[in-house]
Design a protein around this ligand. Structure first.
Ligand code: GDP
Ligand code: MG
Length: 177
């Protein structure tokens, strides 16, 4: 009849963090629903989005958590990080301060999350090249120093969004195998 129960082999919790307005919620919307919106409404009541995918014939349900405004009050609690196997730390390539704050978010992760957590740094809004305030090389250097994966991406165009999230899921998978 064409209707099949989907077998889920693993559920991977991934948290998205970074300063307010860098595009965390839109990256998540792009990855989970292939949607984008210019006037993001706050996602009150929505804690995470999911997307189910296949890695090496295993069915992986990615459960991707959004901070939903808590970042403004530095109120991200340890419960948010609990059980996370992956983290996406986002800055805005047009706002230098959001990149300067990445080190704080990484410190937060090291304090609260499991030491084996897979971390991906994303420089979002790569479509706004004419407003760039963070050279790619600065982020490459920081990511190498800290042992993070790195990609620039655009939630608006969709460029590199899938590949960045899939990189996290594949890395989690290979660490478990
Ligand atoms: P959050 O606070 O980190 O969750 O940021 P949002 O996802 O709410 O995005 C903040 C603003 O940036 C919204 O107006 C989005 O439409 C815009 N935005 C998000 N991603 C992009 C992007 O890749 N390119 C551009 N040009 N704007 C973006
Ligand atoms: Mg948001």
């Amino acid at each position: 009849d064409g209707v099949k129960e989907m077998r889920i082999d693993y559920v991977y919790k991934v948290v998205v963090i970074g300063d307010s307005a860098v595009g965390k919620s839109q990256l998540l919307a792009r990855f989970s629903k292939n949607e984008f919106s210019f006037d993001s409404k706050s996602t009150i009541g929505v804690e995470f989005q999911t997307r189910t995918t296949t890695i090496k014939s295993k069915v992986i349900k990615a459960q991707i958590w959004d901070t939903a405004g808590q970042e403004r009050y530095r109120a991200v609690t340890s419960a948010y990080y609990r059980g996370a196997l992956g983290a996406v730390v986002v800055y805005d390539i047009t706002k230098r301060q959001t990149f300067d704050h990445v080190v704080r978010w990484v410190d937060e992760l090291r304090a609260h999350a499991d030491s084996s957590i897979v971390i991906m740094l994303i420089g979002n809004k790569a479509d706004l090249e004419d407003k760039r305030a963070v050279p790619t090389e600065d982020a490459v250097e920081f990511a190498q120093d800290q042992g993070l994966f790195f990609s620039e991406a655009s939630a608006l165009s969709g460029d590199n969004v899938e590949s960045a999230f899939f990189r996290v899921l594949e890395e989690i998978y290979s660490n478990m195998a």
